[in-house]
Structures are given as C-alpha cells and as structure tokens.
Design a protein around this ligand. Structure first.
Ligand code: ASP
Length: 328
C-alpha cells in the first residue's frame, strides 16, 4: 500500500521540522506527510512520503539558500536514491529496458526549464535548471537533452540497477502492455516550497510510468501539467497517470482555481473532480495533486481505482462535500 500514500498537511502550527508528522487520509488510508514548515515562514512540501527530500529542502531554506536551490536539492535526494524505483537512478525502465527520465523546475519569476526522456543522467532536475538558466529554451528532449547535459558537465551513468532490471525481466514474462491500470508502478516527486519572503518555486522529477512505451513522456516535465508556479498565487504539482493530468493541464488549473479564491485543498479536490468528470465518472487510474499558496497554506488530494466516487456527478462535480468526502 506504500505507493498509495499521499500527503495533506493538517495544521502547521508549531515551528520547526515536521517531516513525517502530519496525517491525512487518502481513501481512508492514513499516511505520513512529507512536510517541512515553520509557522508563517519557509515551507517545503512534496508528494508522497519522501521526508528526506523535504528535510533537505528545509536545510537549504534555513541556510539562506534560495527557494529554487531548496526544491532542486530536495528532489535530488530521491533522484540519487537507488531504492526509490520511481525517480532517477534505480528508476524502473521502459518496456525496452531503458530508464528514461522526465523533470522540470520553475522559479518565482516564472522562469522554467524541462527535460523529457533523458537517459543516463542521475539528476534530470539539475539539467532542467540548466536549460532554464543557460539556454533560451524551456524544453530539451531525448538525445539532445543528453548532449546538452554532457556539454554542461554532467556524467553518464547506467541508471538501471539490478533490482529494477530483474523486476523488468520478471514483468516481461507475465505482463501485457497495459500501463494505465498499473497503479503501483509509478510515482513522482513533485516539490513546492516557499521561502521566508513568500517567494515560491517548484520541481518535479520522475522515471515515469514503469514499462512505458519507449519515448513516452508523462505530465511531470510538462509545465502547467506536472508543475506550475505563479508567485502571485501559489504552486501546484501532480502525480499519477500523466496522460490524465496533461489533458486537464492539471497544475495550471489548480493554480488558477486558487487565484479565483479556492483554498489549496479545495483546488486539489476540484482538479481531481474535473478529471473524473472528463472520464464520465470512470475511475481506473491514480491521480494526485499537491498545492501551496502564497500564504504558505497547503492542500493535497489523491484518488486511485476502487475509490468511491459516487458522490460525483458526471457533469460538474459541484456537489462534492469535500470534508465528509475525505473522511468517508
Ligand atoms: N505522473 C508520472 C507520469 O505519468 C508518473 C507518476 O506520477 O506516477 O509519468
């Protein structure tokens, strides 16, 4: 059940590091939060329970690092961890056995960078940052992204660990190509942070859906889908089946809903509800959003197959009683 864990921080009243302390229920499952925050001050939140990542971001924020450094270095913890098979080194490969990574980053000025289907580089988020800072472009993909990374001083590394390779070999024996329902084999770290001055940044990085088609790119490196920051309003990031998030331009939607006055929590629920509505109420995939507003308030919401969505109508999902719904 680990991979169904998601976060929503409750109140962040006390000062200090709260990694792993807040609780939420995602379809009734109690989860650990990956939150680092100080009341009215800096905050770093990320999808799932990657508490080491928020702890690192928190360290950077408290050493007067920039909020951009904080999100980059935060997610790098997971990119480097071979035990995390959904991000970076050790990530599960595509169906041809190649680990192919997607990442993006966005700062408080609205600048952004992204790499798609990048192979052989442990830290795609840092390459995305280089794209943002050192080129006139926003996105580099595939072989070109790798060439740029090498020219920028990144080193090539075989990202396929024995563990991931063996699982892939096993999958080949038993599986047919149907990643849509494969909910346990994809996850992403999306991180949002705010510094003590209220400036926001975000980063998102993933090895994408396990055993995906070669060349498949999800939402995670797509600005507006997997991540969006608007320093006037807030930021959002997504995890789950990327195709669904791209179709809805999910993270941009969440930020725009916050701009219209919704709380981060409400906005995440509404974003999920839109996706359900677009699928006529059919739910055979996992989706989650995480949001942070300018004031430092957070919200998150996720669903997965088996989730009871009967409270949604197929039209406008306007009647969702979010609080009772969360508890049901
Ligand atoms: N959103 C990612 C993708 O579709 C995977 C995930 O978050 O689970 O590539």
């Amino acid at each position: 059940m680990d991979r169904r864990k998601f976060i929503r921080n409750s109140s962040l009243g006390s000062a200090g590091l709260l990694s792993g302390s807040s609780l939420l229920s995602c379809e009734g499952e109690t989860t650990k939060a990956a939150v680092a925050a100080e009341s009215g001050g800096p905050i770093a939140v990320c999808t799932w329970d990657f508490a080491n990542a928020t702890a690192r971001a928190w360290e950077v924020l408290n050493q007067n690092g920039s909020v951009l450094d904080a999100v980059e270095q935060g997610v790098m913890v997971e990119e480097a961890d071979p035990e995390n098979q959904t991000v970076g080194y050790g990530g599960r490969p595509d169906r041809d056995g190649v680990v192919s990574l997607d990442a993006c980053i966005m700062d408080s000025e609205g600048r952004c960078g992204s790499v798609m289907a990048l192979e052989g580089i442990v830290h795609p988020v840092s390459v995305a940052r280089k794209v943002m800072e050192d080129t006139p472009h926003v996105i580099l993909a595939g072989a070109g992204a790798q060439q740029f990374a090498l020219e920028s001083g990144f080193k090539l590394k075989d990202l396929l660990t024995e563990k991931s390779k063996n699982q892939w070999l096993e999958w080949q024996k038993t599986s047919r190509y149907n990643p849509i329902i494969n909910i346990e084999n994809h996850d992403t770290i999306g991180m949002l942070a705010r510094d003590k001055n209220g400036n926001l940044a975000g980063a998102c990085t993933t090895s994408g859906m396990a055993y995906k088609m070669r060349g498949r790119v999800g939402d995670s490196p797509v600005i507006g889908a997997g991540l969006y920051i608007d320093n006037e309003v807030g930021g959002a990031t997504a995890t789950g089946v990327g195709e669904e998030v791209v179709r809805t331009v999910g993270s941009f939607l969440i930020v725009e809903l916050m701009r219209q006055g919704m709380s981060p929590q409400k906005a995440c629920e509404e974003g999920v509800a839109r996706i359900i509505a677009k699928n006529n109420g059919k739910l055979d995939f996992q989706i989650g959003f995480l949001a942070l507003n300018k004031k430092g308030e957070t919200g998150a919401f996720c669903i997965h197959p088996g989730f009871s969505y009967r409270k949604y109508d197929t039209q406008g999902h306007r009647n969702i009683p979010s609080e009772s719904y969360l508890k049901s």
